[in-house]
Unconditional design. Structure first.
Length: 245
């Protein structure tokens, strides 16, 4: 079955964090196909995109100053922000008894504080733009536990509930907020991971495979567009059946 391009984000301005690689990159391509102006905020400058040009801003999501600069840039350049995909994330592997506080705090500052800052700085401009859609990257491990990756799982659980909090708080501003819960997706993050971890999670996935980043990007597109107009405080689970067990 083929996907149809319908201009679903025509005339909208989207900011995607961590859009240089993996799920964020696939989403940037998908959004470009659907007519969006795409701003990519990343610590890494992206290679060129197949579907068009993005506006790259250097953004470390854990830095308040970087967020302030990025949103000021978007306001000056486009005067609006309609979609925020808080996608940037990192993973550490230690359990609670193994982890050092520095590693713990690094995961928290990027995965959790980064998502909070993204909303803190984007909501005022979105409000001025007449509303918008925010998608925050959680994980299947924001819903259930697994061995190890203690800090990662803690931050992804926080993102899940933070999204529900924001959904309720900003509902009168017509800002919808949903969290995204991918299972195993074939990205540089997964490719850098220990094979044993990947095999274990694939084996625990009823569909028995990793997904392509585009399979997640399609769900993000749905959440970003007006097609999901009655969906807020909810969870987009794209996991090949992992959480159904
Ligand atoms: P990836 O490592 O392939 O890409 C992450 C991108 O984020 C990179 O471009 C990187 O430069 C950028 N980044 C890292 N730290 C940053 C920072 N401080 N500020 C700005 N950008 C930063 O990762 P991915 O697999 O595409 O994952 C994207 C999101 O999806 C993450 O939040 C991840 O936790 C989540 N996720 C991924 C999977 C998976 O299987 N790949 C599963 C569940 C959830």
């Amino acid at each position: 079955m083929s996907e149809q391009q319908q201009g679903r984000l025509e005339g909208s301005v989207s900011l995607i964090t961590g859009g240089a690689n993996g799920i964020g990159r696939a989403t940037a391509e998908r959004f470009l196909e659907e007519g969006a102006v795409v701003v990519v905020g990343d610590i890494e400058e992206p290679d060129s995109y197949e579907e068009g040009e993005v506006d790259y801003v250097e953004l470390d999501v854990s830095s308040q100053d970087d967020w302030e600069d990025a949103i000021t840039h978007i306001d000056d350049e486009y005067g609006e922000l309609d979609v925020l995909f808080n996608n940037a994330g990192i993973i550490s592997y230690d359990s609670i008894t193994e982890i050092d506080v520095e590693t713990w705090e690094r995961d928290v500052s990027v995965n959790q504080t980064g998502v909070m800052l993204g909303m803190k700085y984007s909501v005022p401009l979105m409000r001025e733009s007449g509303g918008g859609s925010i998608i925050n990257s959680s994980s299947i491990w924001g819903n259930v536990g697994a061995e190890g990756t203690a800090a990662y799982q803690a931050t992804k659980g926080a993102v899940r509930n933070m999204s529900k909090n924001a959904a309720i708080t900003y509902v009168d501003d017509d800002i919808r907020v949903n969290s995204l819960h991918p299972g195993p997706i074939d990205t540089p993050l997964m490719q850098a991971q220990d094979d044993a971890i990947n095999e274990e999670v694939i084996e625990a996935t009823p569909m028995g495979r990793m997904a392509e980043p585009r399979e997640v990007a399609n769900a993000v597109l749905f959440a970003a567009s007006d097609e999901s107009s009655f969906m807020t405080g909810s969870e987009l689970v794209i996991d090949g059946g992992y959480l159904a067990q």
